[in-house]
Design a protein. Structure first.
Length: 340
């Protein structure tokens, strides 16, 4: 539209607009992709590595172990190229992926190349859900293995107690002999002799009645079954002696005097003393017990109290069992605290 003024009159004329050249709107031909830019345009599937592991596990009929699926990398034109090697049982591969900027992308590309092989058949159909299950199972195993580190000290202690063996023939025998002798055992009281054979170790335990003060002073022996280790053979020999039908005749226990009220255990008293100092319930990190077993099978407990740096490590007297050794170490610590 154009407007022309002449004196007091206005003249209006309608003109057709000029259309642009239609050639300007023609689609420009797309540039041909170069070999270097082609891999950058494609994003490998993030689940390819997990899918490949599931496919290998399904084909092998077992879980994938370390070394079953191995990746190797090489650098070409500033980019990474990965090659994946599958187990020899599958008789497939190796498979080489496309060049990628990062190693992770090259690894996924190699996994995709392996999954694209027609030898798998219908093996990977419906497999996208499989990596999720595999990852969740791996996390559950990891959490189970690391669960003790996140538990409270009382929970860890209860777990350790449940894991300890319920029977200790050597400790039971030492406890019985100590009750008879009313002192710490020596090598003259009880000894163990080992014999190495083709199928393991055999052990014979010898108890001297004369050294224990038992008439008529014979030497009592018992042989255990053959075991794979000396420790097991020693336990077998002690169990054989304890299972002897004439045990009460050969190793009679003295009669214990009846007391109206037993004394409070030293461990409990020490915990009460430490609770007043800490103003909280002491944990196993506040009272650190360490046990050692001597050649005669007796136990010696040592105790460390980190809150009392001036108090050196307290060593208890030898005892036939871990429980008594712990009580003796706690009693020695109480005496040391009262003296300081």
């Amino acid at each position: 539209m154009s407007v022309t003024r002449s004196s007091n009159k206005c003249q209006v004329e309608f003109l057709e607009p000029e259309l642009p050249d239609p050639r300007l709107f023609a689609a420009a031909p797309a540039p041909a992709p170069s070999a270097a830019s082609a891999p950058l345009a494609r994003e490998p599937s993030p689940e390819a590595v997990g899918l490949l592991q599931c496919a290998v596990a399904k084909q092998l009929g077992r879980s994938v172990k370390k070394g079953d699926v191995e990746y190797s990398f090489e650098v070409a034109a500033g980019q990474f190229v990965a090659t994946v090697v599958l187990p020899e049982e599958l008789q497939m591969g190796p498979f080489k992926g496309d060049p990628e900027v990062k190693k992770a992308g090259a690894k996924k590309s190699a996994a995709e190349a392996a999954l694209a092989d027609p030898g798998w058949g219908n093996l990977t159909k419906g497999a996208p859900d499989a990596p999720v299950v595999a990852i969740s199972e791996a996390r559950r195993k990891c959490n189970k293995a690391q669960g003790d580190a996140f538990q409270k000290p009382a929970q860890r202690k209860a777990r350790e107690v449940k894991m300890e063996p319920t029977e200790n023939p050597v400790g039971k025998l030492n406890e019985r002999l100590s009750a008879i002798a009313r002192r710490t055992l020596t090598q003259q009281d009880v000894s163990y002799n080992f014999t190495a054979g083709q199928y393991g170790f055999a052990c014979t335990v010898s108890v001297d009645q004369a050294a224990l003060g038992i008439d008529p002073g014979h030497l009592i022996q018992a042989a255990g079954d053959v075991a794979a280790s000396k420790k097991e053979a020693k336990s077998q020999a002690a169990a054989a002696l304890l299972a002897c039908p004439n045990l009460e005749e050969y190793l009679p226990l003295p009669e214990r005097p009846k007391t109206e009220k037993s004394e409070r255990p030293s461990v409990v008293l020490l915990q009460q003393v430490l609770q007043k100092l800490l103003r909280r319930v002491p944990t196993e990190d506040d009272l650190i017990y360490t046990f050692q077993e001597d050649a005669c099978g007796s136990f010696v407990a040592s105790l460390q109290i980190p809150i009392m740096p001036k108090l050196a490590t307290v060593l208890g007297a030898p005892a036939p069992s871990r429980h008594e050794a712990k009580q003796l170490a706690a009693w020695a610590a109480l005496q040391r605290i009262l003296e300081s």
